[in-house]
Design a protein around this ligand. Structure first.
Ligand code: NAI
Ligand code: MG
Length: 495
């Protein structure tokens, strides 16, 4: 199907069905669900709502490929070649992948085509290079009696990885979970989010085109409580890699706890942006604004607690307000838009509920706060002045809502930053290296950006502490988490 509505580049929708064992299939059930364009309210595609049986078929296909197929045993460098090819194909089809994401969930096409999709390719390229570089340790061990001993460790693929992904960065996050798993020799089943499955289906097709054998990557579309829950609880899965809400993450974790299954959970945050008086505000303000308004604030690493020294608070608020008031909310395919839509009506209601809560708890609304008339799901970028005890400063909103609060001493700044149940990331803006380093040491988070905000790099791990989840994706830690480490003791006698 070719779409030419609005000024959307011409592209083809992927076949909107599951990918199981190398086949495109509507699966065992007859239920479907609609994916909707949040800009127009029109349906984009009807997708099969995967059943327990579909999930089982996909896990069986992944398991069969892992146990008896060629993927996990082929020379690692050969796996790497296929993943390099996949990266090239993702770049070749960047316009299509970006258009699918803009159409399904209202992300700016421009940001997707220049940001998310190249980042997706970069993740595959990074882990393609890791395929043949997973090494172990070796050690000379103590003798036992006459027996001399030597030992080493080897890293073997973990098995079948279940990837449950969110709608906010669907291709990138699928890549974070798939690329290291595949490089390590694992196979996978992906359950993409209801609101944005199409770029993941396209990605699976590109992986097939790159030469991935049947059954290595399977995709089951469907609803979280049915297909997602069936996948997270399937006994044929060795690891669940989940990105999404804390509520769902908690359920996945407790089940994994009772079955000793490995998990990675990335559950979002309420991240602080600490701005010290010696910060270069001209360069900091665009980052601080981006940390609140990029992708309409629907970002796990968003820096929505703006914690600023009292001496520069007015300047920072004025700067943020200027960014907010210059925003052009519009069709994500329109070149002049700087903000697209909220993903769906439920998320919109959630955001509006938080804005109302901010007002009713006495926060000072400096700009924004209103939803635009439909059909598009647009909300104004919003800035409150307030304090850390407000609901809007404690809970993840996943919308373009900043709460600015002040501090007077660095100790107070750190205490405010750490006064949260989350611990994903923090941003520190300063030009004093001693200040920066001493603050970085004390922040209870998984990641810190200094004089910048939130852009990941596949070379370094991504993940949080506390309520933001457990485990790491990306970097060496990310790929090692898709392996089992085996220790081998070898006994031998002397010459
Ligand atoms: P969600 O956690 O319901 O969805 C994430 C994924 O989990 C989707 O693929 C969904 O189908 C699946 N899922 C849902 N219920 C499941 C279950 N019982 N078992 C297994 N999988 C299940 O998140 P939702 O409803 O889309 O967003 C709600 C809030 O979650 C957002 O407002 C935001 O605060 C947070 N969130 C955080 C993300 C992050 O990047 N850490 C991404 C998306 C949402
Ligand atoms: Mg949608």
């Amino acid at each position: 199907m070719t779409t030419t509505v609005r000024n959307i580049p011409e592209f083809t929708l992927p076949d909107p069905v599951h990918r199981i064992g190398g086949r495109a299939t509507t699966g065992a059930g007859t239920e479907t669900f609609a994916s909707t364009d949040p800009t127009t309210g029109r349906s984009v595609a009807d997708l099969p709502a995967g059943s327990v049986q579909d999930v089982d078929n996909a896990v069986v296909a992944a398991r069969a490929q892992f146990e008896d197929g060629e993927w996990s045993t082929m020379p690692a460098a050969e796996r790497g070649k296929i993943l390099y090819r996949a990266a090239d194909l993702i770049e070749r089809d960047a316009e299509t992948l970006a258009a699918l994401e803009a159409l399904e969930m209202g992300k700016l096409y421009r940001d997707s085509v220049a940001g998310d999709i190249p980042a997706t390719a970069a993740v595959f390229r990074h882990f393609a290079g890791w395929s043949d570089k997973l090494t172990g340790q070796s050690a000379s061990l103590c003798d036992i009696g006459d027996q001399k001993r030597f030992g080493f460790t080897m890293r073997q693929p973990l098995g079948v990885v279940a990837a449950i992904t969110p709608w906010n960065n669907p291709a990138v996050i699928a890549a974070w979970k798939l690329a290291p798993a595949l490089a390590a020799g694992c196979t996978a089943v992906v359950k993409p989010a209801e609101d944005a499955s199409l770029s993941t289906l396209r990605l699976a097709d590109l992986l097939t085109e790159a030469g991935l054998p049947d059954g290595v990557v399977n995709v089951v579309t469907g609803l979280g409580p049915v297909a997602g829950a069936a996948l997270a609880g399937h006994p044929g899965v060795d690891k669940v890699s989940f990105t999404g809400s804390a509520a769902v993450g908690r359920g996945i974790h407790s089940y994994a706890g009772s079955t000793f299954r490995k998990v990675t959970l990335e559950l979002g945050g309420k991240s602080p942006q600490l701005i010290f008086p010696d910060a270069d505000l001209d360069s900091a303000l665009p980052w601080i604004a981006m940390g609140n308004f990029y992708h309409q604030g629907q970002v796990c690493a968003a820096g929505t607690r703006v914690i600023v020294h009292e001496s520069i608070a007015d300047k920072v608020v004025d700067g943020l307000v200027a960014f907010a008031e210059q925003a052009v909310m519009g069709d994500p395919f329109d070149e002049s838009s700087t903000m697209g839509t909220i993903v769906n009506e439920k998320q919109m209601n959630r955001i509006m509920g938080y804005i109302e809560k901010g007002r009713s708890e006495g926060a000072d609304l400096v700009t924004g706060g209103a939803r635009l008339d439909g059909p598009g799901l647009f909300v104004q970028p919003t800035v409150f002045r307030g304090h850390n005890d407000l609901t809007i400063a404690r809970e993840e909103i996943f919308g373009p809502v900043a709460t600015v609060m002040t501090f007077s001493t660095p100790e107070e700044a750190v205490a405010l930053a750490n006064a949260t149940e989350f611990g994903l990331n923090a941003m520190v803006y300063s030009s004093d290296i001693s200040r920066i380093h001493s603050v970085v040491e004390k922040l209870r988070v998984g990641m810190v950006w200094v004089n910048g905000w939130g852009v990941p790099d596949p070379a370094l791990p991504w993940g949080g502490r506390g309520g933001s989840g457990i485990g790491r994706e990306l970097g060496r830690s990310g790929i090692e988490a898709d392996t089992e480490e085996k220790t081998v003791h070898i006994g031998y006698t002397g010459l």
